[in-house]
Write a new protein. Structure first.
Length: 390
């Protein structure tokens, strides 16, 4: 038994896994620092400022300086905080995000594991961090932190439904070639989803799904205009208002790591990842470095859009945020799934998906415009209620 456990082959497997984990940790840390620097520079340009300029050439070392500052700060804990809940909350927020890297298809054959149910794994593992937000709010013994944790849980659950339906809509219509030359429909394997876009990316066939995925992704990332759980004007920092030093940096790192994973997933599911436009220009596989640059460029589109929205759109109210998911996004995605099912059952041409998706986008913006123009109904006062009762 000891030979089976500590054999040479098992040691090699463990060493290979450890090397992959260390590479992902290093890659994630460097990219997160780059994302923070890039966001500061992009927002500065939108606001006619310069952004970081002093620390290092062109301010490139500003993120490194911030990381060293956070590591050196004193790690405090409120006197009445629950010790176990308070200490474990950052890990339950960060670890599920880190595990999302397992199925990300960086380039062809360059990923941690190829899972047949990769999309299902992503949805399941990323939903666990909601528990960490609740624990951070509850364990801090702070009313503002508790309100922020409850808001984060409500927002995460509400917008996870349209996000899941968006991924299901794509998984339904994926074409997977079989060994006998026939084609099967439907797959949750990210490699098969990317390979199926060799000629035409999914953004062409599923335009409404792309828009809903982007909006729901903003909410899952707690980015503007869905940053209500951490709104300074209401909950002075949200669930991690009592955290400092290295523990606070874990929440910050998890946010930007989730942004990186979401951007890579967007590039793989909707923009063809490493497979498109290779099918147009050449029949041979692209070199790995070219595939990596292609995927990075596509992921950068998602990242830039997230920063652009932060610079342009104000924060929503809590009632607007919840109503937008349950009254607009969820019905639209249920309708999209139904249309996809009809196209598959009756073998209709795929152009119908594009037409229906464009109609859905027009309907989405029309409903948003109507909700914005509609005056807010304020609750009736006690005197008004009493007069109506009389």
């Amino acid at each position: 038994m000891s030979t089976e456990i500590f054999g040479i082959e098992n040691v090699n497997v463990w060493v290979d896994g450890l090397i992959r984990v260390l590479l992902i940790v290093g890659f994630m840390t460097v990219v997160v620092m780059g994302l923070i620097y890039g966001e500061r520079k992009i927002l500065a340009r939108f606001q006619q400022r310069l952004g970081p300029t002093r620390t290092g050439p062109m301010g490139l070392l500003q993120s490194v300086a911030d990381a060293l500052k956070l590591v050196g700060k004193e790690d405090l804990r409120p006197r009445n905080a629950d010790p176990w809940t308070f200490e474990l909350a950052p890990y339950l927020v960060f670890v599920p995000v880190f595990l999302g890297f397992v199925i990300v298809p960086f380039v062809l054959d360059w990923q941690i594991r190829i899972l047949e149910l990769g999309l299902l794994y992503f949805v399941a593992i990323t939903g666990v961090n909601i528990v960490g937000w609740i624990m951070a709010g509850w364990g801090s013994d702070n009313r503002y932190a508790m309100i922020g944790g409850m808001r984060a849980a409500a927002q995460g659950i509400s917008y996870e439904l349209p996000l899941v339906l968006a991924l299901v809509s794509v998984a339904m219509v994926v074409e997977v070639p079989l060994a006998d030359g026939e084609v099967a429909r439907g797959s949750l394997n990210l490699n098969e989803i990317v390979a199926s876009q060799h000629e035409v990316p999914n953004i062409v066939w599923q335009p409404l799904v792309v828009v809903v995925f982007f909006i729901a992704g903003l909410a899952e990332l707690n980015r503007t205009p869905f940053d209500i759980p951490v709104g300074e004007s209401e909950v002075v920092g949200g669930p991690f208002v009592e955290y400092s030093g290295i523990r606070w940096s874990m929440f910050f790192l998890a946010e930007y790591a989730a942004l990186l994973i979401m951007s890579l997933l967007f590039a793989a599911v909707f923009l063809g990842g490493w497979a498109w436009p290779a099918g147009i220009f050449t029949d041979e596989d692209w070199p790995r470095w070219a595939q990596a640059l292609l995927v990075a460029g596509k992921a950068s589109i998602f990242v830039f859009m997230v920063f652009w929205v932060r610079a342009s759109v104000p924060r929503l109210r809590i009632d607007q945020l919840m109503g937008f998911s349950w009254k607009i996004l969820l019905p639209l995605m249920l309708a999209q799934v139904m249309v996809n099912g009809l196209v598959l059952v009756y073998d209709w041409p795929e152009i119908i998906l594009t037409v229906v998706g464009l109609i859905g986008i027009v309907a989405l913006f029309a409903m948003v415009d109507r909700a914005v123009r509609q005056p807010r109904q304020r609750p009736a006062s006690a005197a008004q209620l009493q007069s109506e009762a009389v």
